[in-house]
Design a protein around this ligand. Sequence first.
Ligand SMILES: [Zn+2]
Length: 246
Amino acid sequence: MLTPSQIVEAGLGAALATGLGFGAYMYQAMWPPARLFGPAMRAPKRPGEIALTFDDGPNPRWTPELLDILGRHGVKATFFLVGRYAATQHPLVQRIHDEGHLIGNHTWNHPNLAFSGAEKTREELVRTNLELEQITGAPVRYFRPPFGARRPATLHISRELGMTPVLWNAITSDWTATDPAQLVPQFTRLMESHQRQGLATNLVLHDGGHLSLDVNRAASIAAAEQLIGQFRASHRFVRLDAWESN
Ligand SMILES: [Zn+2]
C-alpha cells in the first residue's frame, strides 16, 4: 500500500507528465464522468435498462449466495473479478460463467492504476485475463479499473488488450453498509434520475473485498435482491455487453 504522501508524490509526478495541475489530474484520474484520459463505458441512452455489476469477487462466502439470488430471479449480471482471488476459486469462477453472467477483469492485485506505470498496468491486466480465460475458455472483453482510477495509459492498454474500460453511474459506499436500507433508497433515487435523463443505470455493488476474502457483504447482497424486486416490473436487467453497440 502507498502512504498518503507517496500517493501525493506519485500523483504530482503523473500530473506533471500530463501538464495538468494536481487537482485537475486527480479529477480526471478519479471522477467517473471525466473523459480527458480517454472514454470509458458508463451508461448509454437506454432508459429502463439496469446493469447490475459486482466488484472484488469471487468471494467463497458471498458470491454463491448472490448467484443463487440472481438465478432465482432469472437476472444476468456482470462480475469484475480480482485475478488473485479467481486463482484460488476456479469452480466458483466457472459457476459464474456457466450461469450466464459476464466476467470482467478487475486486475490481479487491485492497485490504484492512476499511480501505476504502463508495465505494471499491463502485467496486472494480462495476468488476470490469462487466469480467467484459462478457467472459462471465454475471452475477457471488459475491464473496470480499481477505484475507477486511471491515467491515459490505463485505458489505452486495456483497449490494446481487446477490453472495453468500464466505469459506472450508480454507486454508494455499500462496503461500509450494515443494512440494505442504507443502500436501496440511494440507488432508487439514482435510477429514477437516470430514467428522467433518458439513461440506463450501471450500478456497482461489491460481493467481495479487495483487501481480504474475510468481509461481510450481507447488506450488498440483500440490496441487490431488493432492487431486483423493486425494478423488475419496470426495468430490464442486462449484462454490460448488451450495450456494446453504444
Ligand atoms: Zn474494486
